[in-house]
Design a protein around this ligand. Sequence first.
Ligand code: ADP
Length: 258
Amino acid sequence: MTQENHSCIIRVSNLKKSYGSFEAVKGISFEVQEGEIFGLLGPNGAGKSTTLEIMETLRSKTSGEVTIAGLNLDKQQDAIKQIIGVQLQTSGFYPGLKLIELIKLFGGLYNRDINPMELLAKVNLEDKAKSLYKSLSGGQKQRFSIATTLINNPKIIFLDEPTTGLDPQARRNLWELIREIRSQGTTIIITTHYMDEAEFLCDRVAIMDAGKIIALDQPGNLIDQLISSGFEKEKASKSANLEDVFIHLTGHVLREEA
Ligand code: ADP
């Protein structure tokens, strides 16, 4: 009998992915719990996107087992696609269509009868329903791309570096949105390069390096472990950083000029 954890929604075991003779993912194992925000962190080339895209059914694996909500990735890909939401890169949208048209288009792809205004309201873009995608600001584009992940009312959404290139106000606004989505019961897998983002958002993080998971825990536990190993910052850290100064001076209000 294997130990079955009932709240486990994703199980990855001994996952490997080779590109030719290069092994990009070297036999990683982890579990994601239902309702958590789980971060995949690591430097460029660590294997984060490869791992994410395998779970998203967008890339084939070389070996290993992946189970998503009890569905086997090898045998039940179509069923998996029905219950996950995948964030497209913002360049994946037709720039000359209105948001409402894009949502109807995606709803058609999923064969879902959705209410576009309700969906836009979830990401605070109701007043942009008739705007062209290309007229949106960076933060609005990201919010819209998150809205499209919700079209099929998924159990799990995958976000690949959702705040890259955004200003501090837009990033914080997106963090709030991601937390709100989670509070409705959706499990979220996110990749990011920003450690403050991971610390703020993620319940647990897996740190990858060169195709392996080198640490997996709650951010607070990882920090405590480092401190208890005797680590000290070279410079005594101040209780605020430059981003705090920036937000203090320029405010939390979202800047939305396109
Ligand atoms: P990350 O998302 O952490 O930056 P990736 O999963 O994109 O890492 O890439 C992991 C490694 O696999 C990198 O060395 C990358 O160059 C390589 N790689 C990714 N995709 C391909 C591909 N389609 N063909 C060959 N090598 C690839």
